[in-house]
Design a binder for this molecule. Structure first.
Ligand code: SF4
Length: 473
């Protein structure tokens, strides 16, 4: 029996693209490797030598998918795109793994997508009614069908025409026979940045993928921007949606790596500020601050710095467990958590402990961790959460559990405190969260905390259409 050993929202996906470099596939591989945290179900690369497309895609982690060096060597050419997937739509099967590749009358094309399309169901039904046959159950394939059917003249016009029809979150890398195209939806939900190395260009979900290549960070792809890399260099076009920018604020809290730079800010800096503001909002008399490694480390450091209480490593995380683990002993209490975390008794014994956690989803893992810390001898345990309570699901590419499973959607903070069996519990306020992140040229989606969705969620669209007399034709 395999067990799930995490109680965190699951990341969406990672995209990487390389244009005009003889080591395009190798660079894409390294970029994907550094973005493994954004998706662990499947990985793939498609390359192109201006004539033929080559691909290698499989289920599993990047290092496993490309463990045979031959798989990389056969990916010829100086252009490539890659993808790490965690399925938010479509099932976790090889058929749905990306990059998706198609042939069209304009030549072969491949696409990597990070995000989630809100109107995918309606577009898919419409396309199927018109005779389209889908190969996968992903929302990404819809984009390829729309491009192939567009009546516009040039390929770039067709891409823009297609993307103007879709709603939702999409950061894309598209490979054609002679171009790499990078796109971010007009709200800019997911990050996407551009780098340069040896005269070639690299696009990636996060800047840590540029660092591993020693590439120079140039800038982000702007919300609504379509950046084309071809023999003429780098050219910008724009989608026609004029909407408010809503970058996913959860990227700062948990999803992105702290050594990345997204939405114009270093994640480490933003995450430390979350911890500092949390300490100002919810101070506590304590002896030690510890984090739930690794995602809460930076916020815990910010909390410790602001509160002048010593930060210690109080929980050790085992990094070498796969996504699922064969449960050898189901009767062992708390086994799921103990296989992943172990307390450092010398740090915790007879101490008043603050545990900083970045977010609470169901609360099950944290409850076990609290019991572990208590059994290790902690006198008091105070939880400080560097985000507001998560009460609503995400429709833009993050896989949260259903609303019923989100602990904060059905329990008050006091009830959650009792459930966790801690001495105190405080969450960062929404105001504190918004004050911790930069606002220059950037607005934020906070829907999982506030319920204020920037686009009507797919589940509600049908009701909205009925109420507003909208018919799909
Ligand atoms: Fe990000 Fe939450 Fe908005 Fe989803 S709902 S895009 S996780 S802020």
């Amino acid at each position: 029996m395999s067990i799930v050993i995490d109680d965190k929202p699951k990341e969406e996906c990672a995209v990487v693209g390389v244009y005009n470099h003889p080591r395009a596939a190798n660079f894409t591989y390294l970029g994907l490797y550094s973005l493994q945290h954004r998706g662990q179900e499947s990985s793939g690369i498609v390359s192109n030598d201006n004539r033929t497309f080559y691909k290698h895609i499989n289920m599993g982690l990047v290092a496993d998918v490309f463990s045979d060096a031959n798989n990389l060597e056969k990916l010829k050419g100086n252009m490539a795109i890659g993808h790490n997937r965690y399925s938010t739509t479509g099932t976790a099967k090889l058929i749905n793994a990306q990059p998706l590749v198609v042939s069209s009358k304009y030549g072969p094309m491949a696409i990597s997508h990070n995000g989630n399309l809100i109107n995918a169901r309606f577009l898919r039904e419409k396309l199927e009614d018109e005779g389209a046959i889908f190969q996968t159950t992903t929302d990404t394939e819809i984009i390829l069908h729309l491009i192939a059917r567009s009546r516009k003249t040039t390929l770039i016009e067709k891409i823009i025409d297609s993307l103007d029809q879709i709603e939702g979150a999409f950061s894309l890398a598209i490979l054609t026979r002679d171009k790499l195209v990078a796109v971010r939806d007009s709200r800019g939900f997911r990050p996407l940045c551009i780098g340069k190395k040896d005269g070639g260009y690299i696009v990636a979900s996060e800047s840590c993928a540029l660092d591993i290549l020693n590439a120079k960070y140039i800038r982000e792809v702007k919300p609504g921007e379509v950046v084309v890399f071809d023999k003429d260099g780098m050219t910008s076009y724009w989608l026609n949606h004029k909407v408010d920018i809503c970058c996913c604020i959860f990227e700062y809290i948990y999803f992105s790596r702290p050594d990345s730079r997204i939405f114009g800010e270093k994640v480490d800096k933003a995450r430390r500020t979350l911890g500092k503001v949390l300490a100002q909002e919810a101070p506590v008399e304590a002896d030690r601050i510890i984090s739930v490694p690794d995602s809460s480390n930076t916020a815990a450091l910010g909390y410790a710095q602001e509160s002048d209480i010593r930060f210690e490593i109080g929980l050790i995380r085992n990094h070498y467990i796969g996504r699922t683990f064969i449960h050898p002993e189901q009767s062992m209490r708390d086994f799921n958590v103990r296989i992943k975390f172990n307390p450092v008794k010398g740090v915790l014994k007879n101490k008043r402990i603050v545990i900083v956690e970045d977010s609470i989803v169901r609360g099950t893992t944290l409850r076990h961790l609290v019991s572990m810390v208590r059994n290790a001898g902690a006198k008091e345990i105070h939880i400080r959460v560097s985000s507001p309570p998560i009460k609503f699901p995400c429709y833009y590419g993050m896989d949260f559990p259903t609303r019923e499973e989100l602990i904060a959607s059905s329990m008050t903070i006091e009830k959650i405190r009792k459930y966790l069996e801690v001495d105190s519990l405080h969450y960062l306020s929404l105001e504190g969260l918004l004050n911790s992140v930069p606002h220059e040229n950037c607005g934020y989606c906070t829907a999982c905390f506030s319920g204020e969705y920037p686009i009507i969620p797919a589940q509600r669209v049908k009701k909205y259409h009925l109420e507003n007399g909208i018919v799909n034709d």
